[in-house]
Ligand binder design. Structure first.
Ligand SMILES: [Zn+2]
Ligand SMILES: [Zn+2]
Length: 100
């Protein structure tokens, strides 16, 4: 099952509800990327588990702007904020969403 947690920047008010790294759901594998167009941290579908790929066009793209050009794997050790270069911290208090 995939799960997401909320990361909150320690300098600005940006927060992101993301997996924070490689994650595996029932039908998809995702990884967490930074989109330089949106300046957002996003979970990107990297692979489908199923034999039949339901929507191949969704693989490897930012779910917000639908572009694959400006994605870079998010460094989940340093956890940089895409807005201000602060540090994103995951807060264990926040709800964890099971996304499938
Ligand atoms: Zn920030
Ligand atoms: Zn984007």
């Amino acid at each position: 099952m995939g799960k997401k947690v909320t990361y909150q920047c320690d300098k600005c008010d940006y927060s992101a509800h993301i997996s924070g790294g490689r994650d595996v759901g029932m039908i998809v594998k995702t990884n967490t990327y930074v989109c330089y167009i949106c300046k957002e941290i996003v979970d990107v579908i990297t692979e489908y588990w199923t034999d039949v790929t339901p929507d191949e066009s969704a693989i490897g793209k930012c779910p917000k702007c639908n572009s694959s050009e400006n994605l870079k794997e998010w460094d989940n050790k340093k956890c940089p904020c895409p807005k201000c270069n602060g540090t994103m911290k995951d807060s264990p208090e926040t709800e964890i969403t099971m996304w499938d």
